[in-house]
Design a protein around this ligand. Structure first.
Ligand code: AMP
Length: 148
């Protein structure tokens, strides 16, 4: 079941092309019932927010895997990266811009990692597109256990 919210505040002083999708009223943006991240975006359940604008929300992960672990989500319900299309993918560029800004604000000057888990093989556990912004420690590679 989908329900609709309305947001009509335009983004001002926007230089980035990816904001074109925000310049018009975002009437018709939808939220998915029973989606925990839609509920966080709608303010129905609490989260420790670190950034918010018309299109995206960033909040602290409940189970941090690094000293800094923030999730950045589109407010519109997109189930996963596999559901991105020419019509809805503009928000991804905006999310990466927000990630770069947050990395500076959160002191990740030595670097960071942005992760998207998609589908069962990708170990996606919440079915609402989200990007993990991780930093504050040395990362490893590859991101999966070595084969026996
Ligand atoms: P993924 O496994 O890539 O789908 O990531 C989902 C992430 O959401 C996990 O890192 C969880 O710890 C995190 N998470 C789940 N519920 C919440 C919540 N209510 N607030 C903050 N983070 C959450």
């Amino acid at each position: 079941m989908l329900y609709y919210t309305q947001s009509t505040a335009p983004i001002k002083n926007c230089r980035h092309k990816a904001y074109a999708f925000l310049a018009a009223p975002t009437e018709g943006m939808f939220h998915m019932e029973d989606c925990i991240f839609c509920k966080i975006a709608a303010g129905e359940i609490p989260a420790t927010k670190v950034y918010e604008d018309e299109a995206v929300l960033a909040f602290r992960d409940l189970d941090p895997q690094a000293p800094t672990h923030v999730l950045i989500i589109p407010k519109e319900h997109i189930a996963s990266a596999a559901e991105l299309t020419p019509e809805n993918s503009g928000v991804v560029a905006h999310i990466f811009e927000v990630a770069a800004r947050l990395a500076k604000e959160l002191g990740l000057e030595k670097g960071f990692r942005v992760v998207n888990n998609c589908g069962p093989d990708g170990m996606q556990s919440v079915q609402h597109l989200h990007f993990h912004l991780l930093g504050g420690r040395q990362m490893g590679w590859p991101p999966f256990p070595p084969q026996p």
